[in-house]
Design a protein around this ligand. Structure first.
Ligand code: FAD
Length: 437
């Protein structure tokens, strides 16, 4: 029997693949299938962002004079309905997992001690173990961090009502996404970043991000020093200044969740060290997903889950983490596929008018397309695009970039029309320019 610990994207993919290959697989999960992605992360942010964008789009179109009336958010109802959706997603995942032949045990906090799985003090024999315990929210160790009124993405659903003023702490993707959401919900949001906000995005995109976050008070280079309050939050100290607020949301990163795993080699942050076959330092024990450290993305976890299963099945695959595309979802999608150190010429232009952007031609906020191309070969080495739905384009273009596709191969493409992504015109422009050169 093979034991998989954790039913998030990594563990579930590993379990399903192993069971589909005829292995006897038991998945141990302490909570519900879907992990952080379904319950505290991607789906939570998607659900809230859909509501936030609807509000902002309605306000924008009212400003254009084409619709009338106002919209407001029914926050407790949003959270209640979202929980129903998340439970439904979990059920769908459960059906898929069980139908693949995986036995799922819930409410189990498993331990791994020197390569053996222990549940409630009893050893479970297994021919291989896959550790996919994910990561926990990291909360900085500052005074007041545990006061009533402080939240993380994991606990935000327990916030009973919208606060008047919320401090969001963090300078990364989640901090920006929550700032967009809660400001659209009518909360006065103060965002405190230790360094620059969203430094993962290319400079050109920063301006558009600021537009999306125009109603957020952004304080960069303001490290959080304390949360203030007796019993509940009444303010924060950041960058040496005091700010009043009645809720604090920590979006300060994640830490691998490995306290239940001992005997394997770990880094200082608790991440489990694996080789390219997802093998840990203990033979027969594999690890995949967030528990092995950054980057903390669902598709990476899924691929690592497959890789762990394939290694157990005797046909190992390598997971290439050199160019992991990602999206920041605000008013627009901001999608980036980093260049991974390869040099190139960067072409950029505004994105185009199409679904989701045509009304924004009036204020110029249609987003941008940026393509980096190796001049000799014409190989696309990276890109960054902002606009409606650029995450979809990024998924497929990211794959082609990893495959080494050139603008010359790309140029006969037939685009769908209308779309709001200017990739095709940028590719043709880049191709024409390189030919001339
Ligand atoms: C706010 C937020 C937004 C995010 N947005 C995105 C996004 O837009 N795109 C993206 O790609 N990624 C996003 N992520 C990251 C994504 O959710 C994670 O990378 C992904 O869920 C990791 O999958 P995993 O299987 O490695 O771990 P997890 O999803 O954390 O799953 C681990 C599972 O193991 C279980 N478990 C842990 N320990 C034990 C134990 N000892 N015994 C039994 N069960 C155990 C847990 O209950 C959990 O179900 C976001 C994360 C957050 C917090």
């Amino acid at each position: 029997m093979i034991i998989v610990i954790g039913g998030g994207p990594a563990g579930r993919m590993a379990a399903v693949r192993l069971a589909s290959a005829g292995k006897d697989v038991t998945l141990l999960e302490r909570r519900a299938l879907g992990g952080q992605c379904v319950h505290d992360g991607c789906m939570l942010v998607c659900g809230l962002n859909d509501v936030a964008r609807s509000i902002r789009n309605t306000e924008f179109l009212r400003g254009c004079g084409v619709i009338e009336g106002s919209v407001g958010v029914r926050y407790p109802e949003v959270m209640r309905r979202l929980e129903e959706v998340q439970a439904r997603l979990s059920q769908i995942l459960e059906r898929e997992t069980v139908e693949a032949g995986v036995k799922v045990e819930y409410g189990v906090t498993a331990e791994v001690r020197d390569g053996r799985v222990v549940v409630d003090g009893v050893v479970r024999e297994a021919e291989a173990v896959v550790v996919a315990c994910g990561a926990e929210m990291f909360v900085p160790d500052v005074p007041g961090a545990g006061l009533r009124g402080t939240y993380t993405a994991r606990t935000i659903r327990s916030m009973p009502a919208l606060p008047k003023r919320m401090a969001i702490v963090g300078g990364g993707i989640s901090a920006a996404e929550f700032a967009y959401i809660f400001s659209a919900f009518g909360v006065e949001v103060l965002l405190f970043a230790r360094h620059e906000l969203l430094s993962v995005l290319p400079e050109r995109m920063q301006k558009a991000v600021r537009r999306d976050l125009s109603s957020v008070a952004v304080y960069e280079h303001h490290a959080l020093e304390a949360v203030l309050g007796e019993d509940a939050v009444c303010g924060v100290v950041a960058g040496g200044e005091r700010f009043a607020c009645d809720a604090v949301l920590f979006a300060t990163g994640m830490r691998p969740s490995s306290p239940h795993v001992s005997g394997v080699l770990k880094r200082e942050d608790g991440s489990i060290v694996v080789n390219e076959r997802m093998e840990t330092s203990v033979p027969g024990v594999y690890a995949c997903g967030d528990v092995t450290g950054a980057p903390y993305f669902t598709p990476v976890s899924r691929l690592q889950g497959f890789a762990a299963a394939d290694a157990i099945l005797g046909s190992p695959r390598t997971v290439d983490l050199s160019r992991v595309p990602f999206t920041v979802v605000l008013g627009l999608d901001y999608t980036v596929c980093p260049c991974a150190g390869e040099e190139g010429v960067t072409f950029s232009s505004p994105n185009i008018a199409g679904p989701g952007s045509v009304w924004h031609v009036s204020d110029g906020s249609v987003g941008t397309m940026e393509l980096t191309v190796a001049p000799e070969s014409g190989k696309v080495v990276g890109f960054a695009s902002s606009g409606p739905g650029t995450g979809v384009v990024g998924t497929y273009l990211g794959y082609l970039v990893r495959r080494g596709v050139t603008v010359h191969e790309f140029s006969p493409m037939l685009e769908v029309h209308p779309i709001s992504d200017g990739l095709y015109s940028m590719i043709r422009f880049a191709e024409g320019h390189l030919r001339k050169e």
